[in-house]
Ligand binder design. Structure first.
Ligand SMILES: *Cc1c(COP(=O)(O)O)cnc(C)c1O
Length: 635
């Protein structure tokens, strides 16, 4: 066996494929965050961060936010657009807006706006609460606030209030009657609205959210409805208010061809609108710019078959070509890229606290003279396995196992013999697995052995709170141990969380060319074993729920800092939910619960079932648990 190296660790976990340059491995085998993409200078040692978190008595699991990655992604997006526009002779500008729904945390929105200030980066809202946030946060008068989603009068009124504050708030019309309401309200409030049209394109997206486009899409106006809107606007003398054309064909578009399709169609509609006499200024390509979570550069739903550069070139070039052909001015380009900006900046760190071998192979199978032939035959297979007798051995063993169970049901095999057959079968599987490296071709059915032979590692977190999409839509996220990467991982594992839900597990992992069902990890020792789930910054951070009343996680926000000896500083701790907080959110009253418990304990004391001293201790203990973190206290 070749000696294990850091490079081998990077290859095993495909860190260079999905990491976008933000992650590396130190010589000591610790996972590194590299705020300067691809450069190890200024890298932050994640184990050092965890040590500091632990020293501050912050309990795991934690969410760690790398604020530098947020800034870098905003810069990457804006600069790529600016460079491509310049190189291609595109006459318009680029302005981005951040769709708040992708990560509503104030610190995230603030950081993006701050990094985006030089580019007049704005916000997109999809609901009243999001618009309330956008109005308060997006104070740059040059930046756009784009208002999407279904709208009632209050939502529209909030948008118009933004106009009164001197902001560029654009109401995107998703349904015809919204336009009527908007014009009426604007009239009442005596303010000029800024209006956008969201088109329902015939072109569909690709990947999981393909149905956000196409005829059955939930949002947007058909071309006929857009034409009707124009008549309405003309009748009311409000044609000049229409400023923006928009479509959004779904998040995580996996295939670049669908982006091209949508752009061609969208650009022609845009040109048509200009020719109808609308004084348009912005072409808004929506979201959908995907993230390659598994690094396979494929159209797998967790991957994308294009780069940021490819995406931007297509947007700019197609729009330029169509505008030039139609002889209209180049509009400013707007994108609503949320996933691309936020995915990289956060991860969940949890600790493995226990394991379970799913397969038991230590039952005594020593031959006895009178044993049934099936047992001896099974033992014979185990002894004969080699690189040549490989797949056939598996077939023979599976056959015997089957026969043995039939035999057991008919009373031919004893309990002891059945136990021996099953144990030998698993020993055969383990031996086949060990031989895998030495055979040229491992048949598909034997690849499934990974899954069956894997150990289960229990991690202190809830999938439903921290990575809901791994459960809901089989989203694959990169998972890497953050220490011991200088040692060979020797155990194939699946992960289980601490919810009492059999769905609370992860058994799909990054691998190339295809995902795998078990992840190589290290055996557990007496030292804590930490693993990180990465790329959780888009949607995952904020979509989790309180399954089993496991609450929000403790959070730390870190920045790289050259002048600090550890290369980073923790700017902020945000404490996660305590038990009493999650209980309160479910309508319990923890204070009166504690009081009730005290009374019940007192009653026990009165009945002489409990010494008074112990009852006080138990009451205090109950109260302390109410004030504690909802996750396991392992240390
Ligand atoms: C969700 C959403 C986005 C964000 O899409 P990403 O793929 O995360 O960039 C953008 N625009 C609209 C209208 C959305 O609904």
């Amino acid at each position: 066996m070749k000696p294990w190296t850091i490079d081998e660790a990077i290859r095993t976990y495909h860190i260079d494929r999905w990491g976008n340059g933000y992650f590396g491995v130190s010589q000591r085998g610790h996972l590194l965050i590299q705020p300067e993409q691809g450069k190890s200078e200024g890298a932050i040692d994640l184990m050092a961060v965890i040590d500091e978190i632990r020293r501050q008595d912050i309990e795991l699991p934690v969410v760690i936010r790398f604020q530098d990655c947020l800034r870098a992604q905003v810069n990457n997006l804006c600069q790529t657009f600016q460079t491509v526009m310049k190189n291609e002779g595109y006459k318009g500008n680029y302005t981005g807006v951040f769709p708040i729904k992708v990560n509503q945390m104030r610190e995230v929105v603030e950081e993006i706006l701050e990094a985006g200030e030089p580019y007049n980066f704005g916000l997109e809202s999809g609901s009243k609460p999001e618009l309330l946030a956008a109005l308060a946060m997006n104070t740059n008068p040059e930046a756009l606030t784009i208002v999407n989603g279904y709208k009632d009068r209050d939502y529209l009124k909030l948008a118009l209030m933004g106009r009164k504050l001197g902001r560029k708030v654009i109401v995107v019309i998703e349904k015809l009657n919204e336009l009527q309401d908007l014009l009426d309200l604007a009239n009442e409030m005596n303010v000029e609205p800024m209006i956008g049209f969201r088109a329902k394109l015939a072109s569909k997206g690709s990947g999981k959210w393909a149905d956000s486009g196409g005829d059955k899409a939930k949002f947007g106006l058909t071309v006929a409805e857009i034409m009707q809107s124009i008549y309405l606007l003309k009748a009311r003398g409000k044609m000049p208010c229409v400023k923006l054309f928009h479509f959004h064909i779904g998040s995580q578009i996996t295939d670049i061809r669908t982006i091209k399709d949508a752009l061609m169609e969208g650009a022609r509609i845009y040109a048509g609108l200009v020719k109808q006499g609308l004084n348009m200024a912005y072409f808004d390509v929506g979201g959908g710019l995907g993230v390659d979570y598994i690094g396979s550069k494929s159209d797998d739903q967790s991957s994308v078959n294009y780069t940021l550069q490819d995406y931007v070139e297509d947007v700019v070039l197609i729009l330029k070509q169509v505008c030039d052909a139609e002889k209209i001015a180049h509009p400013d380009i707007v994108s609503e890229s949320g996933r691309m900006i936020t995915a990289y900046h956060s991860c969940v760190i949890t600790e493995v606290f226990d394991k379970r071998k799913t397969v038991k192979t230590d039952y005594d199978t020593t031959p006895v003279e009178t044993e049934h032939m099936l047992v001896s035959n099974m033992r014979q297979i185990l002894a004969s396995i080699d690189a040549k007798y490989f797949q056939e051995a598996y077939h023979d063993a599976a056959q015997i196992k089957n026969d043995a169970i039939q035999g057991f049901k008919l009373g031919v095999l004893s309990l002891d013999e059945r136990a021996k057959v099953e144990t030998l079968f698993w020993q055969i599987c383990v031996k086949l697995k060990d031989l895998e490296d030495r055979v040229e071709y491992v048949p598909e059915e034997l690849q499934a052995l990974d899954d069956e032979l894997a150990e289960q590692y229990f991690c202190n977190f809830s999938i439903f709170q921290s990575v809901p999409d791994t459960w809901a839509i089989d989203q694959v996220l990169p998972i890497v141990p953050i220490c011991r990467l200088n040692q060979r991982p020797t155990v194939l594992c699946t992960l289980a969380d601490i919810t009492c839900d059999s769905d609370g597990k992860i058994d799909l992992f990054v691998d190339v060319p295809h995902t795998r069902h078990a992840l190589p990890l290290h055996d557990l020792t007496k030292d804590p074993y930490y693993i990180g789930i990465f790329l959780t910054g888009a949607y995952q951070d904020v979509m989790g729920d309180l399954h089993n009343l496991f609450g929000r996680l403790n959070e730390v926000h870190i920045y790289a800092e050259d002048s600090d000896s550890s290369g980073f500083y923790i700017e902020e701790y945000i404490l996660g939910n305590r038990a009493d907080q999650v209980l309160t959110s479910m309508q319990y009253n923890p204070q009166s619960m504690a009081l009730d418990i005290k009374k019940m304990l007192a009653a026990q004391v009165k009945k002489k079932e409990l010494p008074p001293r112990e009852s006080v201790m138990l009451a205090n203990f109950y109260e302390r648990c109410l004030r504690s973190y909802t996750y396991l206290n392992i240390h």
